[in-house]
Design a binder for this molecule. Sequence first.
Ligand code: 13P
Length: 287
Amino acid sequence: MLVSAKEMLQKAKAGHYAVGQFNINNLEWTKAILLTAQENNSPVILGVSEGAGKYMTGFKTVVGMVKGMLEELNITVPVAIHLDHGSYEGCMKCIEAGFSSIMFDGSHYPIEENVAKTKELVAICAEKGMSLEAEVGSIGGEEDGVVGRGECADPNECKAIADLGVDMLAAGIGNIHGKYPANWEGLSFETLDAIQQLTGDMPLVLHGGTGIPEDMIKKAIDLGVAKINVNTECQLSFAAATREYIEAGKDLQGKGFDPRKLLAPGFEAIKATVKEKMELFGSVNKA
Ligand code: 13P
């Protein structure tokens, strides 16, 4: 069932668990995530970066593919199609293409400009019944070729953005995209606590979910995180399973080169990773 992320995240925040956002890249990714959500009776958010959207030939293709799968696979759990780290123009394209949720990443703008653009999008999303995620304090690591260092958001700026009427707020708390370096200092729970105290019921979003130790994930959920983004971990699982298949020479046995066979271990690996995260985040049976 295609829905905005608003209600599922309000429920998650109130119930002290988090909904996973898993980024999609193609048909196998999308099918694996949707089936796992249904099997575990869990709400789910499909994340689409602008780069992945382009790779899949455009946002309209993404919406068509997801809507088709929801029907053909009988997916009844709540599913949101969400633009990940959208530019202002990207947000407009996704609104037009029929996404149910968008993230406007205005974290690189001065706060006044982030506020002005976010405000404009709040009005459009409210009218369309879509949910909107805003970001304060840039999240480090590499995404679509842009590398940044994890910084900590200013809790007062978080409050200013939260008060505009967004549905979820991503705040930098020392988290980064991709693998964490060996000398990573961990999440700043002090910052997270200060943000949650000022923003109250606002569902908070933790980006860079790959490689954050389980105890930190649980503590972040205790402190108000209701959405956790995972991307790299599915890519690593998919690549490892595919490598194993090819290194074992299975593509050379019989019809092992058939893409439906060649991609099957990677598909199963994504399913296992998504299930593991849903269990850790506490979203199983919360559909
Ligand atoms: P990872 O790739 O580190 O899991 O981060 C995903 C993310 O935050 C997408 O916005």
